[in-house]
Structure formats: structure tokens, C-alpha cells
Design a protein around this ligand. Sequence first.
Ligand SMILES: Nc1ncnc2c1ncn2[C@@H]1O[C@H](COP(=O)(O)OP(=O)(O)OP(=O)(O)O)[C@@H](O)[C@H]1O
Ligand SMILES: [Mg+2]
Length: 444
Amino acid sequence: MAFAAGAALLSGALAGGTYAVAHHYLLNQRQAGAETQTYADARLVKQDLTAAGTNVADVLSVLAPAQGTRSLVYRGGQWFSTSVSVGRSSVPTALLEMVRQGTPAMQREVINGAPAVAIGLPLPAVGADYFEIEPLGELARTLRLLAAVLAGAGLATTMGGVVIGRWASARLVRPLASVAAVAGAISQGALDQRLPADRDADLAPLVTSFNGMVDALSRRIERDARFASDVSHELRSPLTTLQAAVEVLAAFRSSLPIEGRKALELLRSETSRFSEMVQDLLEIARIDGGAAPLELEELPLDEVITRTVGAFSAVHIPVDVQPGARGASILADRRRLQRVIANLLDNAGKYGGGATLVSVDCMAGWARVCVDDAGPGVPASERDRIFERFYRGPAAGRRADGSGTGLGLALASEHVGAHHGRIWVEAAPGGGARFCLEFPVDGP
Ligand SMILES: Nc1ncnc2c1ncn2[C@@H]1O[C@H](COP(=O)(O)OP(=O)(O)OP(=O)(O)O)[C@@H](O)[C@H]1O
Ligand SMILES: [Mg+2]
């Protein structure tokens, strides 16, 4: 647009300037010519009229005016002209007035429907006024043609501007479009994506530095993931030893003093929490490292959910299977699906006073499972953040029981994402939290 506007502006200014100069020059030249001719003819008329007894009409007949030029003489209250088509009415009144007062004058007017220049000269020596009317129609046609040519050239230049503008902007935007596409793919997790090498010398540095940045980034991500996985692995064996030792101690629980028993319980719960965390960390590290493939199998949706809920707690949690989900089968990883549901039930127990309802539905190729509780719910500002790793919400610091590491929902989100589904939280109709997961029934 800018190129086209620039081209239009420049060519418009150039065409306008050219037209104005040409118009001025051609008109001046034409008027000067007409003026010279008029003076010459007037001199002739004056000479002839000086001779006594000369007829004005005869004088006019000897003039040899240029093509289309008309001559008029006003003498003794009478008008004489070289053509019947011109007469007193052809001479503009203002010009006539000036000449009558003894001043030579020139005026441009539309005379008999055509542009013309009228020149008048007083000839006091012979008691007459001499007028010449020179048509400017030819000049006007030339100027119209010039205007048309200039407008055409301006239009062609503007079109040229549009073409060049499109080409230049496409050339500028092309690398940005491919950078945006690759950056988008990388942000979706495709860390092996790189910009293809570009032969354009201007773009090569951009490609090199972009690819270099992605290399550095993916190396860093890999290193971090490896570190987390290594740490978790290293922690596992001493932790197992620790748990075994705690169990040995627990066998002698009855012979321990009361303080010892309290310490043992604390040790037991903390080691089991620690072990859960290490397991979660290992699982996340495996997912990050791409070492956790989905084990897909055909599953009866309502049965799997009902069983998982039933096995989770001794307290009965109602499961509402909608008609669409009755008998529906899904292609999913059983273990991972169970873990997600168990995680949501665990959270409902910890933060929502227990799950009040689990609903299962299935429509248009998508299965949906929701877990409701009657707790305080999750504020709208927290609804995305609670799915981040180690995020435990503003209440985390206040909880004295120390339960939870903030990995449960992050893992759930990974599991659901692996099925190409999504997980979110909203307000339950009763006021608590409603966690829903949705995934395609035909598998990812
Ligand atoms: N049903 C719920 N009602 C209110 N807040 C919830 C609910 N479920 C989760 N949250 C909030 O989301 C945070 C993150 O949950 P997440 O399951 O990821 O971690 P966690 O339960 O604290 O730890 P982990 O599950 O790893 O043992 C919780 O700390 C809690 O603040
Ligand atoms: Mg949790």
C-alpha cells in the first residue's frame, strides 16, 4: 500500500507539474504568436486605411490570416469582419471597453463555443479599432491529449508501485512467515525443527542465529530434563533403603516409647510422600525425554471409570454415566487414565472435602469425565496456573500438613495431552471445583 501510495503521489506530482509547465509554455507561445500577427495585420490595415477612399471590407480581404483566425474592424460605428461567423458579439465586452479607451488589450474567452484568444488594438490615426480572434481549439486538444498521456503514465507507475510493493513485502515477510511457523512448532514441543538454509545473503545470518538459538535452547532443555531424571534415579535407591529401614523399625513399634512412635509415624509418612514425589518426578522426566510411549488399548469407558472411583476410597462416590457413554469403548492408556482420575479424586479429597460426583459422557467422538467437589473451588486467576509443575496455589504455604508437591495436575495434564485431549477446571454447579478431562474416543 505504501509503495502504491508513494508511486501515485510521485507520479501525480510529476504529471501535474509537467502539465502545468506545458500548458503555460504552449499558451504563452501561442498568445505571443497571435500578438505578433495582430500587430502586423493592424499595421497593414492602418496603412491601407490611410489611403483616402479605401473600403474597409477591401482592406480586410487582402489580409492573409492564419488558419481559423478572424479579423474585425470597427470604424465609424460600423463592424467589418473577414467572416460572417464573427461580428461585434464575438468581441468580449471588457476587451472592447479597453480598446475604446485607447489601450491595446488581449483576453482569453470561449467565443462561439470554442476557446479563443481575442486581441484588440486601437488605430486612432485612422479612427478605427482592429481586433483579431485566434481559436485555441487545437491547443486545447493537444493539452487534453497530453493530460491523458500523463494520467496513463501516472496510472502505469502506480501499478508498477503496487507490483514492486507486493514483491518487496512478500520478500520481506517470507522469512518471517517461516520463522513464525518453525517457532510455533518448537513451542508445541517439536525441538528438532530448524529453519532451512537460505541462499539469500541477507537472510542467512537470521537463519544461522535462529537455528543456533534453538540448538542452545534444546541442549539446555535436554540437560535440565536429564538432570531431573538423574537426580530422581539417584534418590530412588537410598529412599528404598530408608523405607525398608522404617518398616523394620515399625515392626518394633510396640517396644518404642511414645515419642519414638510419633517420630516413626512422621518418618513413615514423610518417606512415603518423598517416594511418591520421586515417582512423579521420574514419570515427568520419562515423558519429557519421550521415553513414555502410550500403551493404547480398547477400554469400556464407564466400567474403567466406575472401577477406578470404586477402588479409590471406601466412601461411596456417585458415578453418573450419561446415556451417550453407556457401553462406549475408548482407545486409551488404562494406567495413565486411572492415574489422572485418581489424582483428581485425591485433590478433591485434599482440597474440596471429598468428591461429590463423577460424571462420564461421550459425544461426537469425544469422551468427557468430570470430577466435582463441594470445596472452595479454584479462583479464575489460578485455573491455568494450577496445572504448572510444583504450583500449589496461594494456600500452599499455609497448609501445615505439608501434603502435595504440586506435580499431580501437571502430570495429569501431560497424560491427557498425550491422548490429544485437554483438562481444565471450572466452577461446579454446587460452588466447588469441577475438573474435567476430554479426549478423543478413537485415541490420539
Ligand atoms: N479440588 C480442588 N479444589 C481446590 N483447589 C485445588 C483442587 N485441586 C487442586 N487444587 C489446587 O491446585 C494445586 C495443584 O494441585 P496438584 O494436584 O498439581 O498438586 P498437589 O495436590 O498440591 O500435589 P500432588 O498432587 O503432587 O501431591 C493444589 O495445591 C491446590 O491448591
Ligand atoms: Mg494433587
